[in-house]
Design a protein around this ligand. Structure first.
Ligand code: NI
Length: 267
């Protein structure tokens, strides 16, 4: 486990940029060439609900750094369960961790996923770098296609493994932009396609959270039987609104997150 929370996020960011080159360009558009100048609202991590690597195993890395549990979320159609974790230092990103509920999936999917997870060495799961360690297994293209036909999420995990699925810029903290609309316009003007599933902006001021995201970049993935470009990670933007007590809302809106998951869809 990391003992330095900043170092953990620096490593997650560096790992994310390796397969998400657009994030670096967008970062510059939003008025910064230094990571430290952009405040992240949250990052998102994915896993399977197998005891060996379940949500709790990922969360342990954050609890050790002073994070505490926030809300929990259910995504019935996508067969996902999620929790978010937050830190008392408001400049540290929240961490949204989801897991695929395997018992709700087909026997075939479960069997492929178990074969992948069985290949992870036990010691890798508690190692400092687990949250950005990528995949610990080999996979062939047919297995990927089989997963993809049933669950985009499982297919994404099978090729990208453990890494930040996305970083999310806090629009509230940006100096040069006030609204999410203005951020979206700047990105579109620069040629970055946005995820339009559920509309460009997910959420409303009434639910206290508005979010938008790019479509995932593509990056080469090595299969046992060849190399192919596959959607990797995306960049998200969030604007939070104050609650009745004046504090910014700190949770997530399941209906919006549901659409955000589709940013990694194969096109
Ligand atoms: Ni997100």
């Amino acid at each position: 486990m990391h003992t330095d929370v900043k170092e953990l996020f620096n490593q997650l960011w560096a790992n994310y940029l390796e397969v998400t080159p657009s994030a670096k360009k967008i970062h510059a558009i939003l008025g910064s060439s230094q990571q430290d100048d952009v405040i992240n609202d949250h990052i998102a991590l994915r896993t399977f609900n197998i005891e060996k690597v379940g949500l709790d195993k990922l969360a342990a890395h954050l609890l050790a750094l002073g994070y505490t549990e926030g809300g929990e979320y259910h995504f019935e159609a996508k067969k996902l369960y999620a929790k978010h974790f937050e830190h008392k230092d408001p400049t540290l990103p929240k961490v949204f961790i989801s897991e695929l509920l395997l018992e709700k999936c087909s026997e075939k999917l479960q069997s492929i996923v178990r074969t992948l997870v069985d290949q992870i060495p036990e010691e890798a799961i508690t190692a400092d770098n687990f949250l950005y360690s990528g995949r610990h297994w080999t996979i062939d293209q047919q297995s990927y296609e089989t997963l993809l036909a049933e669950s985009e999420y499982a297919a994404w995990m099978s090729v990208w493994g453990y890494r930040a699925n996305h970083f999310t810029v806090s629009v509230n903290a940006l100096k040069n932009y006030e609204t999410l609309e203005s951020v979206n316009q700047a990105l579109k003007d620069a040629g970055f396609p946005l995820n339009t599933s559920g509309g460009e902006i997910k959420g409303t001021p009434e639910v206290l959270l508005e979010q938008s995201s790019t479509l995932a970049d593509e990056a080469p993935v090595q299969f046992t039987d060849g190399t192919r470009n596959i959607p990797s990670c995306f960049y998200e933007f969030a604007r939070r609104y104050p609650m009745a007590n004046g504090q910014l809302y700190g949770g997530f809106v399941a209906a919006s997150a549901d659409k955000i998951f589709e940013s990694t869809n194969v096109r």
